[in-house]
Design a protein around this ligand. Structure first.
Ligand SMILES: [Zn+2]
Ligand SMILES: [Zn+2]
Ligand SMILES: [Zn+2]
Length: 356
C-alpha cells in the first residue's frame, strides 16, 4: 500500500531516573541531567504538532542517533566523538528506527491533573504549575478511540443459543431414529409440468461495460468499482488515519497509507427476458407418467420442466406418504405390492424396500 509522508513530529521520552518527560530531540534529561539510554523508547507526546522549524526538520531527517559504546549516551548521527565522555564514536551503534509509535492527531489534548495537589495543567506541561511535581502523561484519546469495542454476549442470548443447539440436536436425533413397518401400496400419483415463457421487459442494474448490447440504458450513477494502489484517469484517493514512525532522532515521521477508489458508471437498463407466463400441468394415478403437450403461441417458448411423484402406503389402518426422487424409483411401487418402510419419529418415510 503506498505510504505518503505528511511531515515530522517531535516525540517524547521519560527519564528512567527521575520520571521527567523530555522533548524527544533533547538527549539529556532536563530534570537530572542523565543521558537517554538506547533501551528507552520514544513515545508520542500528549500534544502532537508537525515540526515547521527548518533546522529541527533537518535534524529529524538526519538518520537515527548513535549510542556511545563507552558511556551509553545518545549522540547525533555523524558525530565523531561523544559529547558526554569524549569517547570515539566510529564504531557506535545506531538507534533502532521504523517502529510505529501510534496514531497522529493535532487535536488539542485534555488537561492533566497533578497527582500531588490536584491542579489542572496543560497536557504538554512536564511539571505542575502549582507545586512543581512531575506530571505523568495524559491518556491519549486516540489510543482509547482506536481500542476495538469489546462485544459481550448477554446471559439471555447465551441461554437462547444453548436452547437452540439442544433443540437442533434433539431434532437430528429424533429424525434419525427410525422404526421398520410392513405396508402395502394403496395408491400412486404423478404430476408433471412445463412452463410457458414469453419475452417481457425487465429492469436490471450493472456496470456500464456489463450491460448487454440489446439493453436500453435508463440512467447511471458514479460508484466505487474497485480499490487499488495505482491511480487511474477516473479514481479518487482515500487515506487512512495518519500515524507516526520512530526515526530514531527523537522525531517521528508522520505517514498515511493511501489507496485509490476506481470509479465507474453503475447503470439501470431495460431488457427483454424470458419469463414464465403459464405452466401446463398433467397428472395421473398410474405408473405411466407423461409430459404434457404444449401448444406454443407466437413469441412463446417452453421452459422449466418439473416432476413430482407420490406413493401412499397403508400400514395397520395408518397412512404414510412417500415421495420417490425420480420416475425409475416411482415405477417400482405397483399398487397392492408389499414393502418394508423405515419411518422416523415424525412419521416421515425415509426409505422403502420390497418386503422379503
Ligand atoms: Zn532525569
Ligand atoms: Zn560517551
Ligand atoms: Zn501539583
Amino acid at each position: 500500500m503506498p505510504q505518503e509522508t505528511i511531515g515530522y513530529t517531535e516525540l517524547e521520552w521519560t527519564c528512567q531516573y527521575c520520571g521527567t518527560r523530555n522533548p524527544g530531540m533533547q538527549k539529556v534529561c532536563a530534570g537530572c541531567g542523565a543521558a537517554m539510554s538506547k533501551e528507552q523508547k520514544f513515545e508520542a507526546p500528549a500534544q502532537q504538532t508537525l515540526i515547521t522549524d527548518q533546522a529541527k526538520l533537518e535534524q529529524a531527517k538526519a538518520g537515527p542517533d548513535v549510542t556511545c559504546p563507552f558511556c551509553g549516551a545518545r549522540n547525533t548521527a555523524g558525530a565523531t566523538v561523544c559529547k558526554n565522555c569524549g569517547g570515539d564514536l566510529s564504531g557506535a551503534e545506531a538507534r533502532a528506527k521504523g517502529e510505529v509509535v501510534g496514531a497522529f492527531s493535532t487535536a488539542p489534548a485534555a488537561e492533566v491533573k497533578c497527582p500531588f495537589c490536584g491542579t489542572m495543567n496543560a497536557a504538554t506541561a512536564a511539571k505542575c504549575k502549582n507545586c512543581g511535581g512531575t506530571l505523568g502523561k495524559a491518556p491519549s484519546r486516540l489510543a482509547q478511540a482506536t481500542q476495538p469495542a469489546q462485544r459481550k454476549l448477554s446471559p439471555f442470548l447465551i441461554a437462547v443459543i444453548v436452547l437452540a443447539c439442544l433443540a437442533g440436536a434433539a431434532f437430528i436425533f429424533l429424525a434419525g431414529r427410525t422404526t421398520e413397518q410392513g405396508a402395502s401400496v394403496q395408491s400412486v400419483k404423478w404430476e408433471r409440468s412445463i412452463a410457458v415463457l414469453e419475452q417481457r421487459p425487465a429492469e436490471k442494474e450493472n456496470w456500464r461495460d456489463r450491460v448487454p448490447t440489446e439493453g436500453n440504458v435508463l440512467g447511471c450513477e458514479e460508484r466505487v468499482r474497485s480499490v487499488q494502489d495505482q491511480q487511474t484517469n477516473r479514481s479518487r484517493k482515500v487515506c487512512g488515519t495518519p500515524y507516526v514512525i520512530d526515526e530514531g532522532t527523537g522525531a517521528g515521521r508522520v505517514v498515511q497509507d493511501c489507496r485509490y477508489e476506481v470509479l465507474d458508471d453503475w447503470c439501470r437498463y431495460r431488457i427483454n427476458e424470458w419469463r414464465a407466463v403459464d405452466a401446463i400441468v398433467v397428472s395421473g394415478n398410474d405408473l405411466n407418467p407423461q409430459w404434457p403437450t404444449v401448444a406454443l403461441k407466437a413469441g412463446q417458448r417452453d421452459g422449466n420442466r418439473t416432476e413430482k411423484y407420490q406413493v401412499t402406503f397403508l400400514s395397520n389402518d395408518k397412512r404414510y406418504t412417500y415421495w420417490p426422487d425420480n420416475e425409475t424409483e416411482f415405477k417400482r411401487f405397483t399398487p397392492g405390492s408389499r414393502w418394508t418402510l423405515k419411518v422416523n419419529t415424525f412419521g416421515d418415510v425415509v426409505a422403502a424396500e420390497p418386503a422379503q
